[in-house]
Design a protein around this ligand. Structure first.
Ligand code: ATP
Length: 371
């Protein structure tokens, strides 16, 4: 097997459609991923993430469209002839094979000579810090260790692209963050292109250079974590990434909204909707200040409940027109939670952080929160 200087492939998907019988799982997916980039496919259950990953891996052929690796079409090339490494949700290690043999598996299948296999497996196990456990069986490893072996196995074949399908879902929450940091460091350091499938927005925000948000088989938005969080293109993306308060309002001028909660807010940029239309105004909890800490018009609210969540209190309050608003208030050891029934005045910290969306038809929920 030739060792290449350039590790990461670039990947291009063009007009990919996929049907399972009458069900359309993917609808016109087009995307470019640069060599060495780490991209997350994020979306709710059933949005098509796994289908897209399987098409990239070669386990499924798209009904329509093209898949190109480094400019060459691969959509009719089987999985074992693409330079693609896979890390599965449950790691899918061979239970009867040692750590060494698990990592060697793909190299033996490719008929690599024995000495070269030994050297390559040693290199991969050193990379994931598992060299000292080479003789163990998978059942004798912790979840995090099994995951390192799965990654070593995926990287051993010198893939141009590594696909990770919900790789952290079997780990408990504390270990998950450590492994996310470690795996991201390994993949970025190695220089391989990688795609991680997740329905966990925090995982996508912390791991990926760019996130692809999918909804019902289509791409809703592609962007860096900052862009998706600060400038979500659609209401769906705004709801799915992070938390937000959605308040009912009318657009009274191109750059001014009147909230049903009582105040008018000047926008940083003109809204795309026509003046006079009903809109939903998205304000992140951390973009709301309790009176006295910010200038400008204030919304009078009554505190319903305060939840002390470690670093911050999350305060849920009710506006005069009955909408619910969540606010984050940084805690200190001396701070006391604000009591239920307390009257507060709220203001917006930074108008550039406000999102304006056309109000959905029907009776929009006053607060919609991400998962
Ligand atoms: N083998 C199949 N036969 C029929 N329909 C399928 C099959 N696999 C997936 N689907 C359908 O295709 C759509 C996309 O499924 P897919 O598994 O890609 O979603 P997903 O985003 O990965 O979901 P999850 O997060 O639950 O794994 C869904 O409507 C699903 O029911």
């Amino acid at each position: 097997m030739a060792v290449t200087d350039k590790r990461g492939n670039d990947l291009a998907l063009s007009g990919v459609n996929h049907w399972f019988g009458p069900t359309q799982a993917l609808d016109g997916v087009s995307l470019r991923i640069d060599p060495g980039e780490m991209v997350a496919l994020l979306g709710p259950s059933g949005c098509g993430k796994t289908t897209l990953l399987q098409i990239i891996a070669g386990f499924l052929q798209p009904t329509e469209g093209e898949v190109l690796l480094d400019g060459g079409r691969v959509d009719h090339i089987p999985a074992n002839r693409r330079r693609v490494g896979m890390v599965f949700q449950n790691y899918a290690l061979f239970p009867h094979l040692s750590v060494f043999e698990n990592v060697a598996y793909g190299l033996r299948a490719r008929k690599m000579p024995g000495a070269a296999i030994k050297a390559k497996v040693a290199e991969m196990l050193a990379l994931v810090k598992m060299g000292h456990l080479a003789d163990r069986l998978p059942s004798q490893l912790s979840g995090g260790q099994q995951q390192r072996v799965a990654l070593a196995r995926a990287l051993a074949i010198e893939p141009g692209i590594v696909l990770l399908d919900e790789p952290f879902s079997a780990l408990d929450k504390n270990l998950r963050l450590d492994m996310q940091i470690e795996i991201k460091g390994l993949l970025k350091g190695y220089g391989v292109t990688s795609i991680i499938v997740t329905h966990d927005q925090e995982e996508a925000l912390s791991m990926a250079d760019r996130i692809v948000v999918m909804n019902r088989g289509r791409i809703e938005q592609v962007g860096t974590p900052d862009i998706l969080y600060d400038r979500p293109a659609t209401l769906f993306v705004n709801q799915f990434i992070g938390h937000a308060n959605f308040l009912q309002a009318a657009l009274v001028a191109p750059r001014r909204v009147k909230l049903e909660a009582g105040i008018e807010i000047d926008l940083a940029e003109p809204a795309p909707q026509p003046v006079g239309s009903a809109v939903l105004v998205s304000i992140r909890p951390e973009n709301i200040a309790i009176s006295g800490t910010s200038a400008g018009p204030t919304i009078p609210v009554k505190v319903r409940i305060t939840m002390p969540l470690g670093a911050a209190d999350v305060i849920e309050a009710v506006t005069p027109n009955g909408e619910t608003v969540k606010i984050h208030k940084t805690r200190s050891p001396a701070s006391k939670p604000i009591a239920s029934g307390t009257a507060l005045a709220l203001s917006v910290v930074d108008p550039t952080g406000i999102g304006i969306f056309a109000a959905p038809a029907g009776d929009p929920a006053s607060t919609l929160h991400g998962p």
